[in-house]
Design a binder for this molecule. Structure first.
Ligand code: TMP
Length: 252
């Protein structure tokens, strides 16, 4: 078997060169980190669930005309994606207050925002992904004015899609983070949704009980993370109702 070239290893995923030029294999690890990797653990089955859930969300977005980097799932832990240049921003959309906005602005968690609020963080782990404004983004050339207009529109469309999808299965989409990539097609560039969309990068609360079904379960020690992610997957029909999560040793 030929050895693959590792391009990058992040906290939750490894990227390998794909089989064709312009493609990348995204491998989902079981590693969970929080607070800029101050808290770490390995959670059996998390990578398998996030691979499936991210595929499900990306396919859904594509189906309504929102471009993503996703090409196809390869196996339990890997998906083939288009290579793109990642804009160094974490684009956060908030429908309800939680996490850092609650701390920063003293808003009680669960308070509905007057309208979806978009925030940008500069992607730099050594700085702890600091919040930045459009002024920083423009002045430092991280994205153009046109990019920013496109990013805003993509973020709001993703929010509408994800909120509706979740509402349909009794889950409130409190907030989420996306990353945006540039792909070049001849003389043109296009922005696509990249990275992953999963319960690692969203806050998801059960509408009836308020139960947290996202990475806050790990961040705040609220119980079993794979149980929470499996619940999301089951409600969305991504996992059969009776499915047991396979142990990662089976697929590695
Ligand atoms: P925050 O409240 O910590 O700023 O997080 C807002 C949303 O962004 C939440 O859904 C979790 C997600 N997020 C990430 O996906 N990656 C990160 O590094 C951080 C800080 C947040």
């Amino acid at each position: 078997m030929a050895r693959r070239t590792k391009i990058y290893e992040g906290k939750a995923k490894v990227l390998y060169e794909g089989p064709e030029p312009g493609t990348i294999v995204q491998y989902f690890k079981d590693d969970a980190t929080a607070f800029n990797a101050e808290k770490k653990d390995v959670i059996d089955g998390k990578g398998v669930l996030n691979n499936r859930l991210s595929e499900f969300f990306m396919n859904g977005l594509q189906a309504i005309g929102i471009p993503t980097h996703f090409i196809k799932r390869l196996n339990m832990r890997e998906q083939l994606v288009r290579k793109c240049e990642i804009i160094p921003l974490e684009v956060i959309v908030r429908n309800y207050a939680a996490g850092s906005i609650s701390k920063r602005l003293g808003i009680e968690e669960g308070t509905q925002m007057p309208r979806p609020i978009i925030e940008y963080c500069y992607k730099d782990d050594s700085l702890g992904d600091p919040l930045v404004t459009e002024e920083h983004i423009a002045a430092f050339g991280w994205a153009s004015q046109q990019d920013m207009e496109d990013i805003l529109s993509l973020a709001l469309r993703v929010n509408d899609f994800m909120s509706g999808l979740m509402l349909g299965v009794g889950i409130r989409l409190v907030d989420f983070k996306i990353e945006i990539g540039r792909v070049y097609e001849g003389d043109y560039q296009r922005l696509v949704i990249a990275d992953e969309i999963s319960p690692d990068s969203c806050r998801l609360w059960d509408i009836e009980t308020g139960r947290k079904l996202d990475k806050d379960v790990f961040r705040r020690d609220l119980g079993n993370l794979t149980d929470a992610y499996s619940e999301v997957a089951r409600r969305l029909g991504v996992l059969p109702k009776t499915a047991q999560m396979p142990k990662p040793t089976i697929v590695e």
